[in-house]
Design a protein around this ligand. Structure first.
Ligand SMILES: Nc1ncnc2c1ncn2[C@@H]1O[C@H](COP(=O)(O)OP(=O)(O)OP(=O)(O)O)[C@@H](O)[C@H]1O
Ligand SMILES: [Mg+2]
Length: 325
């Protein structure tokens, strides 16, 4: 469906010296330097996948999304949509994709929402029936119907994002690119948006590439994660595989009847206070049942709790790893 091959993007930026002196100097001397935002990305996305495309700020996600959607031309390398190079066959491939940037609207501020949709319908030459069908779907998932008469400039952020999503879906794209779609949305709007992503993926088989800094989005939506940093690939795989690789441990919290701290040769003590001891152990070496039984044979146990590494731990560790390398 989508193939990215040895993709690079360099930006030419003005270089300014440090401080006010530097700023003043750069007014007279125009020194430029090249920065590599995307430095050789390779991956393939199959039809029907929901892929979380994640990485720290400035890691090159938006730049990559822009190249995948034909908004930016790569410095080198290529993006194929259904086997066709998007930069070369822009007109025909662009019909297969939809894109939404959470930070920026593609709707016309001066028009009512429905007028923008009508305009898009003509641009993409969408049959009236298909157009009404998709509006109905979008109404049932996102309640777009009640927003149709509203001028775009009067819309709240959440309403505007719903409008943008509908605009991106009108021509029934096979792939939907979403760059931070949930940014700034309240819990209810986030819920609606995630529901929308799941439903178009299941009902219409739409492939979704999603960038987000929201751990809830990742956990609820993305089976596969592509993690990048400094414009290069750091990890690519199933969320559960990545969790297994990055955090192959669990934490066991044990409450004893008094302030004793029993040790175990295969478990590390993370903390001990108020009769409660937290143990960290490798899943491969030890089962929780074994650890509990070993500890309880040393000292009577009042209560236990087991925790897997959370998605926030995983992301923190993955990003820290990428910064070092
Ligand atoms: N138009 C531009 N001109 C020059 N440099 C740019 C431009 N757009 C992005 N960059 C630089 O390219 C790098 C990657 O930026 P990009 O916007 O792709 O990151 P990102 O992963 O989307 O970050 P964020 O999570 O903050 O959205 C950054 O160093 C950024 O400063
Ligand atoms: Mg970005």
């Amino acid at each position: 469906m989508i193939t990215v091959r040895d993709l690079h993007k360099e930006y030419l930026v003005s270089e300014k010296g440090k401080g006010l002196g530097g700023t003043l100097k750069s007014l007279f001397r125009n020194e430029k330097k090249i920065i590599g935002a995307v430095n050789g990305l390779d991956f393939h996305v199959n039809k029907g996948e929901i892929v979380g495309f994640i990485g720290p700020n400035g890691s090159g996600k938006s730049t990559t999304i822009k190249m995948m959607t034909g908004i930016l031309t790569p410095t080198s390398g290529e993006v194929l949509i259904d086997g066709r190079n998007i930069a070369r066959y822009r007109k025909e491939t662009v019909r297969k994709i939809g894109v939404v940037f959470g930070q920026r609207t593609q709707l016309n501020w001066d028009l009512r929402l429905e007028e923008t949709f009508e305009l898009l319908r003509r641009i993409y030459q969408i049959e009236k029936k298909d157009y009404l069908d998709i509006l109905e779907v979008m109404d049932s998932i996102l309640g777009i119907g009640e927003l149709l008469d509203k001028p775009v400039r009067q819309m709240s952020l959440g309403q505007r994002v719903k409008g943008d999503l509908t605009a991106a879906m009108l021509h029934s794209p096979k792939v939907l690119f979403l760059d931070e779609p949930t940014i700034g949305l309240d819990a209810g709007s986030k819920y609606a948006l995630r529901k929308f992503i799941k439903e178009i993926n299941t009902i219409r088989g739409t492939t979704v590439i999603l960038t987000t800094h929201d751990l809830g989005d990742i956990q609820e939506l993305c089976e596969r994660l592509i993690i990048i940093n400094n414009g290069v690939m750091m990890d690519d795989g199933n969320l559960s595989e990545i969790v297994e690789r990055i955090a192959p441990y669990r934490t066991l919290t044990v409450e004893y009847y008094d302030s004793i701290v029993p040790t175990h040769p295969k478990a590390e003590i993370l903390s001990a206070a108020d009769n409660v001891v937290r143990y960290k152990f490798m899943k491969r070496e030890l089962t929780a049942a074994r650890l509990i039984s070993d500890l309880s044979s040393l000292h009577p146990i009042r209560d236990v709790g087991i925790e897997e590494a959370g998605i926030d731990d995983i992301i923190r560790i993955a990003y820290a790893k990428t910064v070092q390398s």
